[in-house]
Design a protein around this ligand. Structure first.
Ligand code: C2E
Ligand code: MG
Ligand code: MG
Ligand code: MG
Length: 272
C-alpha cells in the first residue's frame, strides 16, 4: 500500500500533534509572560492621502520581541491569544499604547488600531477604548478601530450596540481586509462604519489585471456611495498608486510609502 496510511507515511516529516500541542502551550505561557514584561511593541505604518501625498496618520501593528524567537509577527500569536482568552489583555495594552503615542503626533493625524471581534464579543471593547482615550487625552476623532471583515459576518445585536456606542464617542470604525471575506453590502449598511480598507489581494494585480481593476473601481464606488472613506492596503508600486488615485480611492498604505516602523521613526524629526 502506498496511500497516506501506507508504510511510506511513517517516514513523513509530518507535524507531531503532541509536539504541536506542547508548542502551543509554551507559546501561551510565553504570551502571559510577555503581557507582564512589556515584551510587545507597536510598529506604525504611515497612511497617505492619494491625491496630495500627505500623511494622514498611521496604523499600529503589534510585534512581539521574544527573548529566543526574535521579532514575532502578529499572525503567529494573535490567533492563539484569541482562542485562549488572552486577546483582552493584549488588546487593552495596544489601545493604551497607540493612543498615548498618537497624542504626541501633529493634529489631525489619525491612529488606527486593529481590534479582534473577540474583544467585542467579550463586551470589553467600549471600556478599553474609553480608558485609553481618557489616559492619553487623545481626541476620539483621531482614533480609528479596524475590524476584520471575516470576523464580522455574524454580528450579534449586542456587538452592534457596543460598536455604535464606540462610534458615538467620535471614534472611527474601519472594515479591514475588505474583499477577502463574505461581507455583503447589506451587512456593511448595518455597521456604524466610517472607513473601508481594501485588502491587498485586491491591489496586488493592479492595474494590469482587467478583472481586478474593474472590481477595485466598483468597490471604491460602492464605499463612496455608502459615505465611507476608502483606504487601499498593500500599495507597492507607483502604477498601483496612480490607478487607485484615478479611481478616487482616498488613502493608501503600503511599502511604496513606508514599512511599519517603531514609533520614534514616525515622530516629527524622526528618522523616517
Ligand atoms: P492588517 O491589519 O491587514 O495589516 C496589514 C498587514 O500588511 C501588516 O502585516 C503590514 O505589515 C502588511 N503590509 C503593509 N504594507 C504592505 C505591502 O505593501 N506589501 C505587503 N506584502 N504587506 C504589507 P502585519 O504587521 O504582519 O499584521 C498582520 C495582521 O495582524 C494585521 O493585518 C492585523 O489583522 C493583525 N494585527 C496586527 N496588529 C494587531 C493588533 O494589535 N491586534 C489585533 N487584534 N490584530 C493585529
Ligand atoms: Mg489593519
Ligand atoms: Mg488590513
Ligand atoms: Mg489585509
Amino acid at each position: 500500500p502506498t496511500g497516506p496510511e501506507g508504510p511510506a507515511s511513517r517516514f513523513r516529516l509530518a507535524p507531531d500533534p503532541r509536539s504541536e500541542a506542547a508548542h502551543r502551550r509554551r507559546l501561551l505561557r510565553d504570551i502571559d509572560g510577555a503581557v507582564q514584561s512589556n515584551a510587545f511593541i507597536l510598529h506604525y505604518q504611515p497612511r497617505i492621502a492619494l491625491d496630495s501625498g500627505e500623511r494622514t496618520g498611521a496604523e499600529a501593528l503589534i510585534r512581539w520581541q521574544h527573548p529566543r524567537r526574535g521579532m514575532v509577527p502578529p499572525a503567529q500569536f494573535i490567533p492563539i491569544a484569541e482562542k485562549n482568552g488572552r486577546i483582552g489583555a493584549i488588546g487593552g495594552w495596544v489601545l493604551q499604547a497607540a493612543c498615548r503615542e498618537a497624542a504626541s503626533w501633529p493634529e489631525p493625524s489619525i491612529v488606527s488600531v486593529n481590534v479582534s471581534a473577540r474583544q467585542l464579543e467579550d463586551g470589553l471593547l467600549l471600556g478599553q477604548v474609553a480608558t485609553a482615550l481618557e489616559l492619553s487625552g487623545l481626541d476620539p476623532e483621531r482614533l480609528e478601530l479596524e475590524l476584520t471583515e471575516g470576523l464580522l459576518v455574524d454580528v450579534a445585536v449586542d456587538m452592534l450596540l457596543m460598536l455604535s456606542a464606540i462610534r458615538d464617542l467620535g471614534v472611527g470604525i474601519a472594515l479591514d481586509d475588505f474583499g477577502t471575506g463574505f461581507a455583503s453590502l447589506g451587512m456593511l449598511k448595518r455597521l456604524p462604519l466610517t472607513t473601508m480598507k481594501l485588502d491587498r489581494s485586491l491591489v496586488r494585480n493592479l492595474p494590469a489585471d482587467h478583472e481586478d481593476a474593474a472590481i477595485a473601481r466598483a468597490v471604491i464606488a460602492a464605499g463612496h456611495a455608502m459615505g465611507l472613506q476608502v483606504v487601499a492596503e498593500g500599495i507597492e508600486t507607483e502604477a498601483q498608486r496612480a490607478f487607485l488615485s484615478a479611481c478616487g480611492c482616498d488613502e493608501g498604505q503600503g511599502y511604496l510609502f513606508g514599512h511599519p516602523l517603531p514609533a520614534g521613526a514616525l515622530r516629527p524629526g524622526g528618522a523616517a
